[in-house]
Design a protein around this ligand. Structure first.
Ligand SMILES: [Zn+2]
Length: 168
């Protein structure tokens, strides 16, 4: 009996001897309560972390630790995004790059935001815009200048443009 812990001595002193089973149950319950609270606390940490992440994305003076964690998160988000795209591709679907709506692969425009789903590379887009402006100028002026329309393969300039588009 010399090996009694202080706690047991304390319990004896308090006249709680014999309530061991009840104590064990209440201790077990309190331990579960701690786990439960810890879990909720982790969720709050995660939510706070997300808020900080959004703030830190715009920040310039990150500490090394912050930068490392930011990179780790971005890498994982990229992997998730890649996997989603892979799943969508297998299902013959794709995501709108603007609003992230899942669309049929054949869709020409996003059904949610109207985004052009077949955008050309910037150079071709610019060429198309210039051609469109030229065409409008021609229509407005009524001048004899040749309009640079897209669907006239007879023009060498148009051929060059088409080739450029295929490269993208
Ligand atoms: Zn969209």
């Amino acid at each position: 009996m010399e090996t009694k812990s202080n706690w047991e001595k304390f319990r004896l002193a308090c006249g709680r001897f014999g309530k061991k089973t009840g104590d064990a149950v209440s201790i077990q319950k309190m331990k579960l309560d701690i786990s439960d609270i810890q879990e909720k606390c982790e969720k709050d940490y995660a939510a706070l972390g997300k808020l900080c992440y959004e703030k830190l994305k715009a920040a310039e003076d990150l500490t090394e630790q912050e930068a490392t964690l930011m990179d780790a998160i971005e890498e994982k988000l990229k992997k998730i995004s890649d996997l989603r795209v892979e799943i969508a591709t297998v299902q013959n679907k794709r995501y709108c790059p603007q609003c992230n709506t899942l669309l049929d692969a054949e869709s020409n425009f996003c059904s949610h935001c109207g985004m052009d789903m077949n955008p050309a590379c910037p150079e071709v887009q610019q060429a198309k815009q210039e051609a469109q402006e030229e065409l409008e100028a021609f229509r407005n002026d009524g001048a004899a200048e040749e309009p640079a329309e897209e669907n006239e393969p007879a023009q060498p300039v148009e051929n060059a443009e088409t080739t450029e588009e295929e490269e993208c």
